[in-house]
Design a protein around this ligand. Structure first.
Ligand code: F6P
Length: 492
């Protein structure tokens, strides 16, 4: 089993004097202003969940967009500071955007074009002509920020996600002999029929083929990527080696299922801080004595939140005996709210919650509690421990780390995971109760069957499924990618 120490050794023994740089759009720590005082929060999303423990273990440099209103106040004149703020172990370098850049690159091309293009959630991508130049410009800006740090040294650069498709190409053009570059794609890669509508498909593929190593969560995403290259780009594809050679440069394509720091979360879950947080949250939301069904998501149309609410509504229709006995708690972190589709989703969720509560509630009980607020890491783990069921109902998801965080938190070996078949996680977590979020009847019966499982059966499933996450942990994911990356030699 890979541990934090194994990863540290790998980096110490093999990385030598080379720099190690991670680049992502989202930053791991955000500084905000609260009542005029600077405070910090952990950034949201799977990239942060996965990479923060890796960076804490290996003490590298992380380059990301400085999105917090108080970010500049705590960074030096190169945008740098040591993080985590309460346990400084690596360096964060913040890149600053103008409002126009944020609009065109982040809200526009990344999240209204590429995000819906890659997720099969039946949301039409919007390719605005004016967004693309900002996407190009910001990718170049990230490249300059990396090169500023590299100087005349050599570096392993690890790029994250769909915001930065062009970065590898810019990097290789700016410093052809100094860099080995890997890229991890955190969301699904769609099949060719879906991908071919993208007007900038060639530039996207060419950008990604400047990488030495390109990783996806699962093999079918790798195959979809190879199909797209095959149809669009003059290159040699080696299906045995799983690689693409273009203009004399080879890119390896590999599946690496991402995960979480199982042991870290498991240990924290046993502490007195978690017991205290549980107590406070049970009081705050009035959960004592109820079967608690939990959803925790960024408010995003790929997460299947309306579908989940429909299943809950149906559950109380079909099984009224559950009224006053069970509660569904949905925690939502607001996301990308300047995009109209996200605002509409938020409104739709509010209306559904109101409707369901109106329909089923009694004098002393309401079926759904919807909370939108930032959760601390302790609160997150405490909530995972409070619930009887954790419901993950994504319409399409590269992996889904909520599922793996939930399992890592259950050191008491209780609780059931309800999991959408359309997540990458479904390939590994075979002891979950699987649902199809598009099928309200099957979904609500899945929830019902999970509520009826015996304690013995719950424990049996939990022990098995936790073992899978413990083995396939985040250090294994990073270790596998970095072991492959470290095999590359710098050009002379
Ligand atoms: O984990 C997938 C992901 O899309 C990340 O790339 C992203 O940072 C995260 O979800 C959250 O989205 P955002 O950064 O737009 O809030």
């Amino acid at each position: 089993m890979w541990t934090r120490k194994d990863l540290q050794h790998l980096i110490k023994d093999k990385m030598g004097d080379y720099l190690f740089i991670v680049v992502s759009n989202r930053e791991p720590y955000v500084h905000v202003l609260k009542k005029g005082k600077v405070e910090w929060q952990r950034g949201a999303g799977g990239v942060i969940t996965a990479l923060d423990p890796v960076m804490q273990a290996c003490n590298g440099l992380w380059v990301a967009f400085g999105s917090g209103e108080a970010d500049r106040k705590v960074a030096d004149n190169k945008g740098k500071l040591k993080v985590p703020p309460d346990n400084q172990s690596y360096t964060l370098k913040r890149v600053w955007f103008t409002k126009e850049e944020e609009k065109g690159y982040y809200y526009g091309y990344s999240n209204e074009a590429l995000w819906p293009l890659c997720h099969m959630a039946f949301q039409r991508p919007i390719f605005r002509e004016e967004d693309w130049p900002y996407y190009v410009k910001v990718n170049e800006k990230f490249a300059k920020a990396v090169i500023e740090e590299v100087g005349d040294r050599k570096a392993f650069v690890w790029v994250q996600d769909y915001h930065l498709c062009l970065l590898p190409k810019f990097l290789k053009e700016m410093a052809p002999n100094q860099l080995v570059v890997a890229h991890f794609w955190h969301i699904p890669w769609p099949n060719y029929e879906a991908f071919r509508i993208c007007p900038q498909k060639k530039q996207i593929l060419e950008g990604l083929l400047a990488n030495d190593l390109l990783g996806f969560h699962i093999r079918s995403h790798c195959e979809n990527f190879l199909d797209a290259v095959d149809r669009e780009i003059e290159s040699k594809i080696n299906r045995e080696r799983f690689s693409v050679t273009r203009k004399g440069h080879e890119t390896l394509i590999r599946p690496y299922p991402i995960s979480v720091d199982f042991d870290g979360i498991n240990e924290i879950s046993k502490t007195s801080e978690i017991s205290k947080a549980k107590h406070i949250l049970v009081e705050e939301f009035g959960l004592a004595g109820y079967k608690v069904m939990l959803g925790i998501d960024r408010i995003d149309y790929t997460k299947g939140i309306p579908e989940r609410l429909r299943a809950i509504d149906r559950l109380f229709d079909e099984h009224p005996e559950l009224k006053e006995k069970a509660i569904f708690l949905q925690m939502g972190v607001l996301s990308r709210i300047h995009i109209p589709r996200y605002k509409a989703l938020n409104d739709e969720i509010n209306a559904m919650v109101e409707e369901i509560n109106w329909k089923h509630s009694t004098d002393n009980w309401q079926p759904v509690i919807m909370v939108r607020r930032h959760l601390t890491f302790f609160e997150l783990i405490a909530l995972y421990q409070i619930c009887d069921l954790c419901i993950v109902s994504s319409l399409h998801d590269g992996m889904n780390l909520v599922a793996k965080e939930f399992l890592s938190s259950r050191s008491d070996e209780k609780g059931v995971l309800i999991l959408s078949k359309f997540t990458g996680a479904a390939r590994e977590l075979s002891e979950a109760v699987f649902i199809n979020p598009y099928d309200p009847e099957q979904f609500s019966e899945g929830i019902y069957s999970a509520l009826k499982l015996s304690d013995k059966e719950i424990k049996k499933r939990m022990v098995k499924i936790r073992h899978v996450v413990q083995q396939n942990n985040i250090f294994r994911w990073a270790g596998k990618i970095l072991s492959e990356l470290l095999k590359f030699e710098f050009k002379e």
